[in-house]
Design a protein around this ligand. Structure first.
Ligand SMILES: Cc1cc2nc3c(=O)[nH]c(=O)nc-3n(C[C@H](O)[C@H](O)[C@H](O)COP(=O)(O)OP(=O)(O)OC[C@H]3O[C@@H](n4cnc5c(N)ncnc54)[C@H](O)[C@@H]3O)c2cc1C
Length: 468
């Protein structure tokens, strides 16, 4: 059973000019929409109070659910985070929401090399235990891909240190989906989401921003707003702006320089709660990059989640869900789960210690995250804060745009949320400023496009199946 449909669902309004259209209901888009729909100080439901108050915001989301790469599913008492998995920071919760508890996770990791399992407090500890202070490339790559989605050589050189970063396996009891819910519900009626609506182009016409999209029935619709936030991953954003006259060349160049890497995640849930000596196992010699273990408490059980990152994601993505679950169980046998007293895994017990799989879920992420490369974010790369404003009234948001100070890590929930906040502030400043002169006409006036008769005011009803 998955989470219920997100609140705030709406049909597409085509007869009026909106204040703001947000494309994409991931954390970046939801945070931007939340801040724009909320009144001053994040107060809910403060509409029609001028520039400082809540604005009329419509979010367009291609999928049938909100959250994007935050995807929390509920299966028989188990909370599975198939996208962002470590807990979001409490300080990133929207004003007025109360984050649920974080369950502490041990940080001990196992590094599995050949037939040996080395356990340590952090990667350096493990490498010392293996007698590998200088890790071979495959080991370095697997440690790096605990966090990143591409080969270390493709990244800014400074990022290689991420291979050695310790990390805790704490998690939010209710999953990161609670943040998505808080963003969706925190502003009263001002924030609405049209699900199953895919944006196809963003441009300007008549002094307004125009968003051409296709609703869930395949009907082409054009919406107009005074401003827009485009909060889709880089390649999708580039495609949306492709035909827009006047798009800043540096925004195009930056978006074109972005590369993403894939990930596949397979979660298996068991009623047993073996006391594992590690919280996650990095497995350079196996078909997965790593396996994360979660004790979900008495009466629930244990979740073991295999991550197939970068070059290991493709072969995994080609398997059916059943094959992927079998493969993951094979990995667990290699890790000698249930055989807690042995450091070597030569006592494979067929996973008997875990018992049967009682729930499973698979997520395939073709674009799991950005590759932070010299061409995109390096000193000679194309990144510049102004790339986030490709057209008057159009603001870009997304983890890839969440560069902080001199530490470019444009990835993760914090980066996505920060970019959403910044985009919202930019929109407010833009709408409060002098109105730009009307653009010369470049296309048909806003409104439904020719095609099948639109049925815009119908409730979304049955939605598209969730798609990673
Ligand atoms: C397996 C995995 C594990 C992760 N673990 C962590 C972690 O532990 N900690 C952490 O901080 N981060 C983690 N992340 C990264 C984190 O999930 C992302 O950085 C963050 O959620 C990105 O948010 P976003 O809003 O920028 O983009 P997205 O979440 O990708 O949102 C973009 C939205 O735009 C929609 N969209 C795309 N195209 C269109 C279109 N044409 N029209 C309409 N809508 C469109 C998409 O459907 C999506 O909902 C993980 C990611 C993955 C995949």
């Amino acid at each position: 059973m998955t989470a219920p449909p997100a609140p705030g669902a709406t049909a597409l309004p085509t007869s009026r000019v909106l204040d703001v259209i947000v494309v994409g209901a991931g954390l970046a888009g939801l945070r931007a929409a939340h801040d724009l729909a909320a009144g001053p100080g994040g107060r809910a439901g403060d509409m029609d109070s001028g520039m400082g108050g809540g604005l009329d915001v419509l979010v367009l989301e291609r999928d049938g659910r909100a959250g994007g790469r935050v995807r929390t599913e509920h299966h028989g008492g188990f909370v599975l985070d198939l996208g962002a998995v470590l807990p979001y920071r409490a300080g990133d919760a929207p004003p007025g929401s109360v984050p649920g508890p974080v369950l502490p996770g041990p940080s001990r990791l196992a590094l599995v090399i050949g037939d040996r399992v080395h356990i340590g407090a952090d990667p350096e500890d493990c490498l010392r235990a293996c007698g590998l202070p200088e890790p071979p490339p495959a080991v370095l790559e697997a440690l790096f891909q605990r966090i990143h989605v591409g080969p270390p050589a493709a990244y800014l050189p400074g990022r290689v240190r991420d291979a050695f970063a310790p990390y805790s396996t704490a998690y939010r009891r209710a999953g990161n989906g609670e943040l998505v819910h808080a963003l969706l519900t925190g502003t009263g009626p001002g924030l609405r989401v049209a699900y199953g609506v895919s944006a196809e182009a963003v441009d300007r016409s008549g002094g307004l921003v125009r968003v051409r999209c296709r609703d869930r029935d395949g009907t082409a619709v054009t919406l107009s707003a005074r401003a827009a936030v485009v909060a889709t991953p880089g390649p999708a954003t580039l495609a949306l702006l492709d035909g827009a006259a006047g798009t800043a060349a540096r925004s195009r160049a930056f978006l074109a320089s972005l590369r993403y890497g894939p990930a596949t995640v397979c979660a298996l849930a068991f009623r047993a709660r073996p006391r594992l000596p590690w919280a996650y196992a990095v497995t350079p010699d196996l078909s997965a990059t790593m396996v994360l273990a979660r004790d979900m408490g008495p009466g629930v059980g244990t979740v073991l989640q295999a991550y197939f990152m970068a070059h290991k994601a493709g072969p995994a993505a080609a398997l059916s869900d059943a094959e992927l679950c079998d493969r993951t169980q094979g990995l667990l046998r290699r890790l000698a789960l249930g055989d807690r007293d042995r450091a070597r895994n030569d006592g494979r017990d067929g996973g008997k210690g875990l018992g049967p799989v009682v729930a499973h879920a698979v997520a395939r992420w073709p674009a799991a995250g950005t590759i932070v490369s010299p061409a995109s974010y390096g000193t000679s790369g194309t990144w510049h804060p102004a790339v986030r404003r490709p057209l008057p009234g159009v603001f870009l948001a997304g983890d890839y745009a969440g560069v902080r100070g001199d530490c470019p890590l444009p990835y993760g929930m914090a980066a996505a949320l920060a970019s959403g906040r910044e985009a919202a502030a930019g929109v407010r400043a833009y709408l409060a400023g002098p109105l730009p002169p009307p653009d010369p006409p470049t296309g048909p006036p806003p409104g439904p496009e020719p095609g099948p008769a639109p049925d815009h005011e119908r409730s979304p009803g049955a939605r598209h199946a969730p798609r990673p």
